[in-house]
Design a binder for this molecule. Structure first.
Ligand SMILES: Nc1ncnc2c1ncn2[C@@H]1O[C@H](COP(=O)(O)OP(=O)(O)OP(=O)(O)O)[C@@H](O)[C@H]1O
Ligand code: SF4
Ligand SMILES: [Mg+2]
Length: 324
């Protein structure tokens, strides 16, 4: 499958008064057309910062300090802001965790959709309305909701409107940051069906950001596990779930509750997540790792290619070094 997005050695740091937070540190990752890639990790591991970096929307004091983001053969880090603005919302759809980027509570949803379409395309208002209605229909929202205000819709419907907005111009890539976290399990499942359908029918590449590993294993083709700003394992959902290589992935999988029981909202691993301003020397996971060795405390493990996936851990030093 054609690679639609390729990040290489991406670094995005927050330069706060207290110190530098290396939220995204040397991340290399790619997504192909028609692929759903799940990015998982504990709160604060840098998932949203990575998603925001892709479209250069990381807020100050954050800044992308190094790396490359190739999207459809363009280096997004080198594009003028004006061109990037056209890519956002048209070629890359975004559903962000930040409520400020969500719907305007004071305007009808139909008008908001029409406006976005007109900003990005040359169609007139009538044509824009048709596109908007089709997009709403695709996410299961009836046309008579067109003139509703956001508060007239349920949480699940609002989220579907957000998905309609993010996908109505048929983007090549959709970045969905915790799109279902606030929703109940049934609505969550419906939204995920919708994303899977978009992936299949439109060959959309989807980056699904979540702390819900169970959801990712169930729904995505590949999984990328993030810890303290770094990727520690990337591989097919099947391989990662059946035989996780990285000790952190192993613990995450063990922490998934029984399928019959409701999912816990937060991943719980003994020990505390690292101080992102002063992460541990060596492997960032070592203070919590049940398999820690002496070398782990001083030598940072490099990404290795093993069994068709990437793993960053000294336990596998026999593997080949990987670019990600
Ligand atoms: N605007 C900001 N200014 C300073 N630091 C920030 C800012 N946004 C995020 N950070 C820091 O960057 C690190 C990564 O945060 P990020 O929000 O990317 O994590 P996350 O994995 O998305 O977490 P969550 O699961 O809670 O959404 C954290 O240490 C966080 O405190
Ligand atoms: S490098 Fe060492 S501390 Fe880090 S995950 Fe592997 S075994 Fe654990
Ligand atoms: Mg986040």
């Amino acid at each position: 499958m054609e690679e639609i997005l390729k990040m290489r050695n991406l670094k995005a740091y927050y330069f706060t008064r207290e110190g530098v937070i290396r939220a995204v540190d040397n991340v290399s990752l790619s997504i192909s057309r028609g692929e759903l890639l799940g990015l998982v990790g504990e709160s604060g591991s840098g998932k949203s910062s990575l998603g925001l970096s892709i479209v250069r929307l990381i807020p100050p004091p954050g800044r992308i300090v190094d790396g490359e983001i190739i999207f459809r053969k363009m280096d997004l880090l080198k594009l003028p802001e004006k061109e990037l603005r056209n890519i956002r919302g048209k070629h890359i759809g975004m559903i962000f965790q930040d409520p400020l980027t969500s719907l305007d509570p004071l305007r009808k949803i139909g008008d908001q959709l029409i406006e976005t379409i007109i900003v990005h395309t040359r169609v007139n208002k009538e044509e824009a309305k048709e596109i908007a209605l089709r997009a709403l229909e695709r996410v299961g929202i009836a046309p008579d909701r067109f003139d509703d205000y956001p508060h007239q819709l349920s949480g699940g419907m609002r989220q579907r409107v957000m998905i309609a907005m993010a996908t109505m111009l048929n983007p090549d890539l959709l970045i969905a940051d915790e799109p279902t976290t606030a929703l109940d399990v049934i609505v969550q499942s419906r939204i995920m069906d919708l994303l899977s359908d978009l992936k299949r029918s439109m060959k959309m590449a989807i980056l699904l950001i979540t702390h819900d590993l169970a959801l990712v294993i169930e729904r995505s083709d590949r999984v990328a596990v993030m810890y303290a700003g770094e990727l520690c394992e990337v591989g097919s959902s099947e391989k990662v779930s059946q035989e996780p290589l990285h000790p952190y992935t192993q613990l995450l999988l063990e922490s998934i509750p029984n399928v019959e029981k409701p999912r816990t909202k937060l991943i719980y691993i003994p020990g505390s997540p690292p101080d992102m301003m002063n992460p541990p020397a060596g492997c960032r996971f070592w203070p919590r790792c049940p398999k820690v060795m002496n070398m782990c405390k001083s030598i940072p493990p490099r990404p290795l290619e093993l069994d068709g996936r990437m793993v960053r851990c000294h336990l596998y030093n026999g593997g080949l070094e990987s670019g990600g």
